[in-house]
Design a protein around this ligand. Structure first.
Ligand code: ATP
Length: 133
């Protein structure tokens, strides 16, 4: 099995550094999987489920909310706006965020900005909940 090095970080710090078999995540243009030997590459990340597969076949899932991914000379760097490993996601918090956002969107008189914020909060909550499924 071919492995490649990856570093996963957020503005709060390094979350993972090691050799993996595959990383899959959502980009702004669709789902992306990176394997060893990928050409040099850079893309903006969207909101969605992500996972890394380790050498022993273990998969670690996460919620990834935006950021950048690059591959340079065989090394992958993923800098996410937020990245929460499945085991760190607080389900009750995500459910409460979903409910708040839905209530807000159901209300009248939202400005365009308020609507966009509520929609983004709803999408983040839905991504977190989908990782927990
Ligand atoms: P909330 O309204 O619950 O704060 P949010 O989508 O507005 O949700 P973010 O602004 O995306 O929250 O995240 C703020 C911080 O809280 C980030 O560090 C993020 O990783 C963390 N976070 C948000 N929701 C959860 C959750 N359900 N479980 C674990 N961490 C979370």
């Amino acid at each position: 099995m071919n492995l490649f090095p990856i570093q996963i970080a957020t503005p709060d710090g390094l979350l993972y550094s090691g050799e993996i078999e595959r990383v899959k995540c959502r980009t702004v243009t669709g789902d992306l999987a990176i394997l060893a030997g990928h050409c040099n590459f850079c893309t903006a990340l969207g909101m969605g489920e992500a996972y890394i597969r380790l050498e022993d076949g273990t998969t670690r899932s996460a919620a990834c909310i935006g950021g950048m991914l690059s591959v340079m000379d065989g090394s992958c760097h993923l800098l996410a706006t937020t990245w929460e490993w499945k085991e760190d996601i607080d389900e009750q918090r995500a459910l409460a965020a979903k409910e708040r956002a839905e209530q807000r969107l159901a209300g009248a008189d939202l400005s365009e900005r308020e609507q966009k914020i509520a929609e983004a909060k709803l999408r983040r909550a839905l991504v977190r909940l989908s990782v927990l499924k």
